[in-house]
Every structure is written in structure tokens, then in C-alpha cells.
Design a protein around this ligand. Structure first.
Ligand code: FE2
Length: 377
């Protein structure tokens, strides 16, 4: 079965059935010929400047095989048949492929530090605006791992919240505008624009794609009440999976309707409360009691949904799960709107509480973070 064995750098390569087996110490990695041919890094296969692939899958022979594989100087050299193409790979790239793929996923629970107990997150200090501007990476890393960061000392000026977003990415403009004001309004189109208490929720679940980041900058807060809260929705979902698997399965597999209609806008989306990735990891929470509707379907499924929804809500609304703080002028909260649920206590309209918010997206933030962290290495 082995057509040849070549070794070097503590790694042995063998061609087995037209594919390659790498053996290093006591671990082996089997690499199909088609994968090697498709990922060939040579100049005939990839554009030298962009690194982008120059051929398509249908350009490759369907019966591609490895004819020869050798290890030397830290590289795996491969000759294919029937096209006789030759290429070589750095061994570290092949052996570290799983790690390199994992760091591309900063959205799912595997990239997160979950906090079902708010005291864990309470230890995180607010970050001064000036020090953030000098070195943004720690705050951005905190948003990725913990779901939020709190900046203080940001200029408490109208429009400034977009300048905060500009430091790492791009504002997502919506029907609420480029920025939105969270204060008591005479004819509110959203309960956010009243003095009512708002239970933990994610914003804009009726939007597809959903805004993945939210920024809230406090311009002033002299109100009695109006304190803010954050809850880790991933941690609550993971707890539900651990303690009440049937409920978790219902919430990950039942699409619910989210709807917003107002000021000439008609938005809608149908997705589950808890979104999983292709490997069943928790990846996105949409939770908003104000705009969610369960489709009228089989009564047993509807009842099962409500039981599961209640169980999840009880975890999310548990006082111990909620990180409480008060936003004062110049405080800017940046949080992952696919994970961290936000809330506020009621406040008196007379007191004057004015936050200015903006939406943005995680792709810009994670791009900036990767660039800064690469630069620091
Ligand atoms: Fe909100």
C-alpha cells in the first residue's frame, strides 16, 4: 500500500492510495491528493500578490493522485498525476492547519469566555479613551472574548459615537439613522425611546443581517434610575444546553418571526432564538420580547417552544447573570449584539437621560484586532 516513505525534520511522508500520510512523533495526518492540489501555493496556482487561487475546481483532474511525496528542508514536496504538477508546502502550515482555521472563527462560543455569573465580568475595568486611542487591541479583544468593553472619558458630544466606531470599523446605517438617540420622545416608534424599563434583549433581531455590534455613548444622565445591564446570552444558552437539553434543541431548531413596522419601514426575519454553526456551536442569540412572534403551528410544538422560551428567559433574567452599571457622560459601551443582551431600569422622563447609539459590525472590529495583534508579534 505504501508506495514510498520519505522523512526529514522529524516528519515522515508516505503515499498511500494516491494520498499523503504525514507522521510526526505519535500523530499522523492524512491529506487527500485533491486537497493538496487545490491548496498548492506555487506561482502557477496562486497569484503572487493577492494569494488568490488562479484555477477552479473543474480545472483539476477528477482522478488527481499524488505520485511522489518527499520531506526535506521543512517542506513537503509533491508531484501529482496525471497532470505532473509539482508543488511544495511548508510543513508547519500543514501540521498547524486546524489552529489556523480555528482563529478565523471569532464568532462562535469557542472563541469566547462565557460568564454566567456577572461577578466574573465585573472584574473588567473600564478603559480610558486616551489609552484606548493609543492601544485599542485590549478593548477590541475584550469585545471578542467577553462580549463588551466599556470606555470612559469619551467626549460627550453629539455624533461622537460614530468616531468611536471609526476607530475599528464602519458604522452600519439603518432606518434609525447613522446614529440614534435613546431618550424620551413624544411619539416613540420604539419602546427604547420611552422611560420604561427594558428587559435584556438584543437589538434589531428583525434585520437580516442583524447588526453585530452596538455602541452606546452617554451624553448625559441626570435621571433617577435608567441604570444599564448586560447579560451573556452565550453563557445562558450553554447553561440551558447543560441543564435542559430538550429546551435548547427546541430553541435552536424553531424559526421564530421578528418584525418591525414603523416610520415607513417594514422589516422581518425568521430565525431561531439560538443560532448554531455547522458544528453545533452557539454562534448567535436573537432575543427580544417586544418584536418576537412564534408561528402558529402544531400545538404541541408551540407549547414546547413556550416552555423552552420561558426556561431560557429565566436564565437570562436571573439577577446573578446581569452585570449592572450606570452610564455617565462620556461612558461608551461597545457590545456584541449577537451575544450580549442589554437592559435598563426605568427612569423618570424629567431627569434627563440621553444616550446616542450606533450600530457597527464585528467583521471590521475583528479585522482591526487581527492586524494589531499581528503587528505586535
Ligand atoms: Fe436595545
Amino acid at each position: 500500500m505504501y508506495s514510498q516513505v520519505s522523512s526529514g525534520c522529524g516528519v515522515e511522508a508516505a503515499v498511500i492510495g494516491g494520498d499523503v500520510r504525514l507522521t510526526t512523533g505519535d500523530s499522523t495526518i492524512d491529506i487527500p491528493a485533491i486537497w493538496l492540489r487545490d491548496n498548492a501555493p506555487d506561482a502557477d496556482s496562486r497569484d503572487v500578490l493577492s494569494g488568490q487561487r488562479l484555477f477552479d475546481i473543474v480545472d483539476l483532474p477528477a482522478d488527481i493522485r499524488v505520485a511522489e511525496a518527499t520531506v526535506a528542508d521543512g517542506r513537503l514536496r509533491v508531484r501529482f498525476s496525471p497532470d505532473d504538477h509539482q508543488t511544495s508546502f511548508p510543513l508547519h502550515a500543514l501540521l498547524g492547519d486546524a489552529d489556523r482555521m480555528a482563529i478565523l472563527d471569532l464568532r462562535s462560543e469557542r472563541a469566547k469566555r462565557l460568564w454566567i455569573d456577572a461577578r466574573d465580568a465585573a472584574a473588567l475595568e473600564p478603559i480610558a479613551w486616551e489609552s484606548y486611542l493609543r492601544a485599542p487591541a485590549p478593548a477590541l479583544r475584550q469585545v471578542v472574548e467577553w462580549g463588551f468593553a466599556l470606555l470612559h472619558g469619551v467626549p460627550a458630544a453629539a455624533g461622537q459615537v460614530t468616531a468611536v466606531a471609526d476607530t475599528f470599523g464602519y458604522v452600519r446605517e439603518t432606518n434609525y439613522g447613522r446614529v440614534f438617540d435613546v431618550r424620551v420622545e413624544p411619539n416613540p416608534v420604539n419602546l427604547a425611546f420611552t422611560g420604561l424599563a427594558i428587559t435584556p434583549h438584543t437589538d434589531n433581531p428583525y434585520r437580516e443581517p442583524v447588526p453585530t455590534l452596538q455602541l452606546l455613548l452617554c451624553l448625559h444622565n441626570a435621571a433617577e434610575g435608567g441604570d444599564s445591564g448586560l447579560v451573556d446570552g452565550f453563557a445562558a444558552a450553554a447553561a440551558l444546553r447543560r441543564t435542559y437539553r430538550a429546551a435548547f434543541d427546541v430553541l435552536t431548531s424553531t424559526p421564530v418571526a421578528y418584525r418591525y413596522e414603523g416610520d415607513g419601514t417594514r422589516l422581518g426575519a425568521m430565525v431561531p432564538l439560538i443560532g448554531l454553526d455547522a458544528e453545533q456551536r452557539i454562534r448567535e442569540i436573537r432575543f427580544n420580547n417586544r418584536s418576537m412572534a412564534v408561528p402558529l403551528a402544531d400545538p404541541d410544538r408551540v407549547r414546547a417552544f413556550y416552555t423552552a422560551y420561558r426556561a431560557f428567559a429565566e436564565l437570562l433574567y436571573a439577577p446573578a447573570a446581569r452585570l449592572n452599571f450606570r452610564l455617565d457622560a462620556g461612558d461608551c459601551l461597545i457590545f456584541d449584539n449577537t451575544r450580549a443582551l442589554h437592559a435598563r431600569t426605568a427612569f423618570a422622563a424629567a431627569g434627563g437621560r440621553h444616550l446616542q447609539g450606533a450600530y457597527a459590525d464585528l467583521d471590521g472590529l475583528t479585522s482591526t484586532l487581527r492586524r494589531l495583534e499581528e503587528h505586535a508579534r
